[in-house]
Design a protein around this ligand. Structure first.
Ligand code: F6P
Length: 538
């Protein structure tokens, strides 16, 4: 039975009609302690959802929806390794990757032993490279890491690496190449010295086109200067496909495994996070995992009204399915968190961008929203116009670390003031009466701010490896809960496959090895235009 046929869904629908016109500001009058009541603190994070468009009744109905969709039980199934990814017959055990010794589920001892062994490899490799014990083929110390991977094998580590910049001691510099666009690798290789560069190829499948092409170019770059046998000093792979990595030329000793029960977008906690251990030391990587493990415990144990991931998830469902908000913006007020929206785009949209339930029935409700965002305060001078006066209302998370890593108090005071006043402006708006009486009717109509636009604010005590781990795990569990409410399988991504197959065929057409009739006239015409230029340039 579809969730839309349940009494709780119908109750939320009719409650939404009443709430559409209600004002967030008046909710503070109805609930005098709202500012402090509608707040959850855990894991060095504070989720303030007092500016939500949700009343006492809304929260109670959302709690009933959480119960109806069995979120507590499903959280237990996730962490105990149940086969939640039913189309690929896999569990989704990213929580096991960060579990502290002795704190994993008793049924998962064998898998945990593999996790520990891989973490030991990460620790050994990062210690050797950082200490200078690992040297390149000519005896030079490694100074630069080139990480090659895409999607989950890129976005997570790249985002964490940048977010931890204040902790960087400069021992190693990490560079990332994801796109098959040759401009990128061309640009990166130009500045690297092969003698002091270690290349990490990260691909769960070891078959992703972009990673294969970039890795081949990088390997050729190395082989211009060294024999095949010396590659072991410069080439490491993180993969579930050890055979393919060996066939590519990576030494068996230099391959660290990941497993099919880790989804790409949840893999930064595995050896995929190697650049974090290399760049910051293994202890910092462990601290990141510990922060995530702390959030896992919070998720599993806190009741609905005090459970950050569940609250974020259910408020998201409320806005998306009942108040018709079509997108969700993530606005970190921290320069070093500016890549978080990119990571969350994959996490959320690849997980919940689905139109059939886990049992294959077409849904009759909307599922995953469009996720977007960017760093504050920059966005205020760009896309915030739409947030304040546009017609497509977005739900919003403002993120703000309280303590900066610099001593520039004036800067941080302005950053905090900007963040807090944006959510205030969105809620409060500005009526026609509040606008200067001398303003013409035309200009007045343009200056009116509708207000009554909700947002969450997530405060971080400070952006540390621990709070960062907790924050990312918070969003993982939020996405999981929403997937469960929408009855989806959030752990597969079949929608990306067709493009890969058609891409192979167009590539063959460019190479003259596939029939033009195999594509539509438009695609054929565009391919021919490219071929005529390419052939001329040749
Ligand atoms: O094409 C989508 C995808 O499979 C993602 O889910 C994944 O994170 C990415 O490609 C990279 O895959 P791999 O790690 O196997 O190269």
């Amino acid at each position: 039975m579809s969730i839309t046929n349940t009494s709780i869904w119908r109750a939320l629908k009719s409650h939404a009609q009443a709430m559409q016109s209600s004002s967030i500001a008046s909710l503070f009058d109805d609930e005098p302690e709202r500012a402090s009541n509608r707040m959850i603190q855990s894991c060095g994070l504070t989720l303030d959802f007092s500016k939500s468009k949700a009343s006492h009744e809304t929260f109670n109905l959302l709690e009933m929806l959480a119960e109806k969709t069995d979120l507590k039980r499903k959280a237990g199934e996730l962490t105990s390794g149940q086969m939640l990814n039913n189309t690929e017959q896999r569990s989704a055990l990213h929580t096991l990757l960060r579990a502290r010794p002795g704190e994993h589920h008793s049924d998962l001892a064998d898998k945990y032993a593999e996790v520990e062994a891989a973490l030991k490899q990460v620790e050994r490799l990062s210690r050797e490279v950082r200490s200078g014990a690992w040297v390149g083929s000519t005896g030079q110390r490694i100074t630069d890491i080139l990480h090659i991977g895409i999607g989950g094998s890129y976005l997570g580590p790249r985002m964490i690496d940048e977010a931890l910049t204040p902790y960087n001691d400069g021992t190693l510099k990490c560079h990332y190449v994801a796109n098959v666009d040759g401009h990128h690798i061309d640009h990166v290789l130009r500045d690297l010295n092969w003698e002091s560069t270690l290349i990490i190829i990260v691909s769960k499948s070891f078959s992703t086109m972009e990673t294969r092409v970039n890795a081949t170019s990088a390997q050729q770059w190395l082989l211009q200067h060294m024999e095949q046998g010396d590659l072991d000093k410069h080439l490491v792979a993180i993969t579930n496909n050890v055979t393919a990595a060996c066939a590519f030329g990576v030494g068996q000793e230099n391959i660290i495994p990941i497993w099919d029960w880790v989804g790409g977008r949840y893999s930064l906690w595995s050896a995929v996070g190697l650049p974090i251990a290399l760049g910051y030391g293994f202890e910092t990587f462990r601290a990141l995992l510990d922060g995530a493990a702390e959030m896992d415990q919070h998720f599993l144990t806190a009741d609905f009204h005090h459970n950050m991931p569940m609250m974020l998830a259910l408020l998201g469902v409320w806005y998306h399915n009942f108040l018709n908000m079509t997108s969700h913006a993530v606005l970190p007020y921290d320069h070093w968190l500016r890549l978080l929206p990119d990571h969350l785009q994959q996490l959320d949209m690849e997980s919940n961008g689905k139109s059939v339930t886990s049992e294959g029935k077409t849904v009759d409700y909307t599922t995953g929203p469009l996720i977007w965002g960017g760093e504050g305060t920059n966005g205020q001078h760009a896309f915030h116009q739409l947030l304040h006066q546009g017609t497509g209302i977005a739900s919003i998370d403002f993120l703000l670390p309280l303590r900066p890593h610099h001593g520039r108090t004036e800067h941080h005071d302005w950053l905090v003031a900007s963040c807090l006043s944006q959510s205030q402006a969105l809620m409060q708006g500005k009526s026609a009466e509040e606008i200067d009486a001398n303003t013409s009717d035309l200009v007045r109509s343009h200056k009116v701010m509708p207000g009554n636009r909700p947002s969450n604010t997530i405060l971080l005590d400070q952006l540390t490896p621990e709070t960062l781990g907790s924050l990312v795990a918070l969003y993982e569990h939020k996405v999981f809960c929403q997937g469960m409410v929408w009855d989806l399988n959030p752990f597969d991504q079949w929608g990306v496959e067709l493009g890969k197959i058609l891409g192979e065929n167009v590539y063959k057409m460019i190479e003259g090895a596939s029939d033009p009739d195999s594509v539509d006239p438009s695609t054929n015409n565009l391919t021919e235009i490219y071929k005529s230029i390419r052939n001329k340039d040749d």
